[in-house]
Design a protein around this ligand. Structure first.
Ligand SMILES: C[S@@+](CC[C@H](N)C(=O)[O-])C[C@H]1O[C@@H](n2cnc3c(N)ncnc32)[C@H](O)[C@@H]1O
Length: 141
C-alpha cells in the first residue's frame, strides 16, 4: 500500500469534513496576508517598480478540499492589482493567471471544484478584468 495514495483530509462537506473544520487554517492564512503582500511587492521592486509580468503562475502545495484552497489565490490576485494601483502601473498587460492546486491523489478534488464558480464570481464582482483569464488546474501527486 502506498501511504500517500490513501492519506488525505476528510472528504466532502459533512460535519466532520475538512471543508467544515478548517477555521484554524483560515485564520493562519489571514495572518499571513501581510507577509504575502510584502513578498509580492518585493518581486515587483526587485526588478523595477513598474515591472509587471504578463503571466502569473500560482501553486498551492497541499490545497486540500476546503474553501481555504482558493483563499490565498484571491489574496494574491487582489494584492497584485492593489500593488499595480499603488505603483501606478496598469494591470492591462497581465494576460493570464495560471493556478495549480496540488495535493495527494486521494484528495477530494471534486469537492474543490464546487468552490470554483463562486471564486470566479467574486473576481467578476470585483470587476477584475482578469477573471476570464484565470485558469485553474489540479495537480495530484
Ligand atoms: C492541513 S491541510 C491544509 C490545506 C489547505 N492548504 C488549508 O490551508 O486549509 C494540509 C494538506 O497538505 C497535503 N499534503 C501534505 N503533504 C503533501 C505532499 N507531499 N504532497 C501533496 N500534498 C500534501 C495534505 O494532504 C493536506 O490536504
Amino acid at each position: 500500500m502506498v501511504v500517500k495514495n490513501v492519506l488525505h483530509m476528510k472528504a466532502g462537506d459533512g460535519v466532520n469534513s475538512y471543508a467544515n473544520n478548517s477555521l484554524l487554517q483560515e485564520t493562519a492564512i489571514l495572518k499571513a496576508k501581510s507577509i504575502l503582500k510584502e513578498t509580492i511587492r518585493s518581486m515587483f521592486i526587485k526588478n523595477s517598480p513598474t515591472y509587471l509580468p504578463t503571466s502569473f503562475r500560482i501553486v498551492d502545495l497541499g490545497c486540500s478540499s476546503g474553501p481555504n484552497a482558493l483563499l490565498p489565490i484571491s489574496y494574491i490576485i487582489d494584492t497584485i492589482y492593489q500593488i499595480c494601483e499603488e505603483e501606478n502601473v496598469t494591470p492591462d498587460r497581465i494576460s493570464e493567471f495560471q493556478v495549480f492546486l496540488n495535493d495527494f491523489l486521494g484528495n477530494d478534488f471534486n469537492s474543490l471544484f464546487n468552490f470554483i464558480p463562486n471564486f470566479y464570481k467574486k473576481l467578476e464582482n470585483a470587476k477584475r478584468e482578469s477573471f476570464s483569464r484565470c485558469f485553474i488546474s489540479v495537480v495530484p501527486d
